[in-house]
Design a protein around this ligand. Structure first.
Ligand SMILES: [Zn+2]
Length: 376
């Protein structure tokens, strides 16, 4: 809207490429994934100059600023991937076409699994998993939790195999783009996965499913590369801060004044990030170690290692296996399974605990999922 261009329902509705849409069953779809021409700042500005000369529709006021009119308007994965694609998939699994929806029994099984994960979700997550039946009320952060972490576990063996494998392609591609290191290292691979995901979407869910929202997944790898990771150009920090502002309002009277007064009273900006120290209680004490091992931090010890780093007593799982192998060995994402009987108690320097994780204990094995999104 602010760029004064066609929206997603138009024939050339993608603001990143020039694919002409195809009208299917009353909606505009973008099924192509290959040989697409990217838009650029130069082509965008040239088109706007043409419009101005011909006195066609008004142009965007942003044109007078030194902005890249394509690159500096990134696709926001909070809206497009979480509130968009993930919600769309969940909705058809719950109440879509008979070919792709789950039975009432299967939905209730997934819900039971989700609820049983509540105790495993660390406090850095704003919300715990809830009923699948509540899908219409799920917030973006819950949809991200499902897309990147819990979905992999709770759908396995319940959702039809080919739908599950297809979801995993999306989940892995998205997860890779959240971590700044992986987003660069595996960028081309993530793009291949997104291409496959979109192509297969038409086959599995029907051509009418490949709307702009699904198409835009193809451009997410470019955004991650340009900005460092998807969290560097997403709406999540904005939404989280809105949540914080909302909690400053205690009554319906003059809300703006209340917010301003409370912000002034605060000793420092509520946006400042605390350095996170390892915690020693479940569910906040699971970590991935730098060489692909997993541990639970048990307690802090007085001693430190040669370089002065604090030693922690940990329950260490040295023998780890990939949680899944398709579409790729899950260890690149920090997803492991371990056997509890192989754990040993060991002193480990704090700096080796590289990433916080979600730890899920099951009857015969324990699962570790590295937390990949930026926590702010
Ligand atoms: Zn496009």
């Amino acid at each position: 809207m602010v760029k004064k261009i066609k929206q997603y329902s138009g024939y050339y509705g993608c603001d990143k490429c020039t694919q002409k849409g195809t009208w299917v069953a009353g909606r505009m779809t973008y099924p192509e994934v290959d040989n697409l021409t990217s838009r650029s700042n130069d082509t965008f500005r040239a088109e706007m100059t043409r419009r101005q000369e011909n006195e066609e529709t008004p142009v965007s006021p942003f044109l007078s600023l030194p902005l890249d009119m394509v690159e500096q308007f990134p696709i926001d994965y909070m809206h497009q991937a979480c509130l968009g694609v993930m919600k769309k998939l969940l909705t058809v699994w719950v109440r879509g076409d008979r070919k792709v929806r789950m039975s009432a029994g299967q939905i209730s099984n997934v819900t039971q699994r989700l609820l049983s994960l509540q105790k495993a979700i660390p406090s850095c997550f704003a919300r715990k998993p809830r009923h699948l039946e509540d899908i219409d009320r799920w917030k973006a952060t819950e949809l991200r939790q499902f897309a990147v972490y819990t979905g992999k576990i709770v759908l396995k063996g319940i959702l039809a195999d080919q739908l599950y494998d297809h979801f995993m392609v999306f989940s892995v591609a998205l997860s890779l783009l959240l971590c700044p290191t992986l987003a660069v290292e595996h960028n081309a691979y993530s793009k291949e996965l997104m291409k496959y995901f979109i192509e297969k979407t038409g086959e599995l869910y029907g051509e009418h499913f490949t709307v702009y929202n699904v198409h835009s997944m193809l451009h997410l790898p470019e955004e991650a590369l340009a900005f460092g990771s998807l969290d560097a150009c997403s709406g999540f920090p904005f939404e989280n801060y809105l949540g914080k502002l909302k909690r400053l309002v205690r009554s319906g009277k003059q809300p703006l004044t209340q917010v301003v007064k409370r912000l002034v009273e605060m000793p420092k900006s509520p946006l400042s990030v605390k350095a996170s120290k390892p915690k020693f209680k479940r569910p906040n004490n699971a970590f991935i170690l730098h060489e692909g091992k997993c541990c639970e931090a048990i307690e802090e010890r007085e001693e430190s290692d040669d370089s002065g780093c604090q030693m922690l007593l940990c329950k260490l799982f040295e023998k780890t296996e990939p949680l899944f192998r398709d579409p790729r060995d899950s260890r690149i994402l920090g997803c492991f399974k371990v056997q509890s009987r192989h754990a040993v108690m060991k002193l480990i320097p704090e700096r080796q605990l590289t990433r916080q994780a979600i730890m899920v204990e099951k009857r015969d094995e324990t699962i570790f999922l590295a937390i990949l999104h930026e926590q702010r």
